[in-house]
Design a protein around this ligand. Structure first.
Ligand SMILES: [Zn+2]
Length: 317
């Protein structure tokens, strides 16, 4: 009896916080674009790490199904995705996935393939790729949905989906926002398509009980990404971002206001793009911080972290 109790005491915290991880790659061994590239050497290093540290690389849909069923996702589950459909996945990356027998999901921006852009996979190559993994949807034109009307978004989506049906003969189940940009309005347009899962590009983890299947976090493994650190992250559940809710005027984030469901949290860290993490006080589950931080890009991330639990959101101009 004592042994059983000890077992539970030791493993309970692990069990309670079970989280999977979804990673996203873009280009492979393409040194022209260091910010979206992963060298094959680095890819092998990551895959060997997964293999020797008991990580189980599962099809992305398995994670989505766990979330839909509100079931715990084992801590050692990892799903691998590749965005955009760059040719270097076919020429350089695919053979390594095959060698390790790792399932993958490739999200294509259909226009690049349809118009035969030279850096992208062809329909013929995609027809071969689907023998080894999943090919899913990443819009037709890879536009900034935040600045497109509902009708423009629908037109783009319908065009891309029809071409996937024509060349690959199925309807995709999974979708990734172009540039990882979305807001409530864009999310509402997506509901019309009945995808099983929709993914962003925010660093984080996926929790079977609190993740939203229409807004799932993926951490990018580009350059020399700290993937071991990413594997330690858990999703911070029960976060509600209250301010800012739109891209800030003059690119200055004035006030950050966040509510946390867990009222026992006393301290957290807030992330603002170009400004790193800042420690802030939490009172009765409320963070109210006069940040006054300048951001540089037209797409910014704001995040909150409590120990190794993390949640980010994106605001696009
Ligand atoms: Zn993309």
């Amino acid at each position: 009896m004592a042994k059983v109790l000890l077992f539970f005491l030791l493993f309970l915290p692990l069990y309670l916080s079970a989280n999977g991880h979804i990673f996203v790659y873009h280009r492979f061994d393409d040194t022209r674009y260091p910010t979206t590239n992963t060298s094959i050497k680095e890819l092998r290093h990551e895959f060997n790490y997964f293999k020797t540290h008991n990580y189980k690389v599962v099809p992305l849909i398995d994670i989505v199904n766990k979330i839909k069923a509100h079931e715990k996702i084992p801590d050692n589950w990892v799903a691998l995705t590749i965005d955009d459909g760059f040719k270097t996945f076919y020429t350089n990356g695919l053979s390594v996935f095959k060698e390790f027998n790792y399932p993958f999901t490739l999200f294509i921006a259909v226009k690049y393939t349809e118009k035969k852009y030279k850096d992208y996979v062809s329909w013929k190559q995609l027809q071969e790729i689907v023998k080894y993994g999943n090919v899913e949807f990443h819009s037709y034109g890879h536009g900034h949905f935040g600045s497109m009307s509902d009708a423009e978004i629908k037109k783009d989506m319908d065009k891309g989906l029809a071409l996937m049906k024509k060349y690959l003969n199925y309807e995709p189940n999974l979708f990734v926002y172009p540039y990882g940009e979305y807001d409530d309005r864009v999310e509402a347009v997506m509901e019309h398509y009945n995808f099983k899962g929709v993914f962003n590009q925010n660093i984080g983890a996926v929790d079977g009980e609190c993740s939203n299947e229409y807004d799932l976090d993926r951490s990018a493994l580009v350059g020399k990404a700290p993937f071991k650190l990413y594997l330690k992250f858990k999703e911070l559940c029960g976060v509600s971002f209250q301010q800012p809710t739109v891209f800030p005027k003059n690119k200055i984030v004035k006030t950050v206001e966040v509510t946390l469901e867990d009222k026992t949290i006393k301290s957290a860290e807030i992330f603002i793009s170009n400004n790193g993490w800042t420690r802030v006080k939490v009172k009765d589950g409320k963070i109210l911080w006069n940040a006054n931080k300048k951001v540089k890009l037209n797409r910014i991330k704001i995040g909150v972290k409590v120990k190794n639990k993390i949640k980010l959101m994106v605001l696009a101009k």
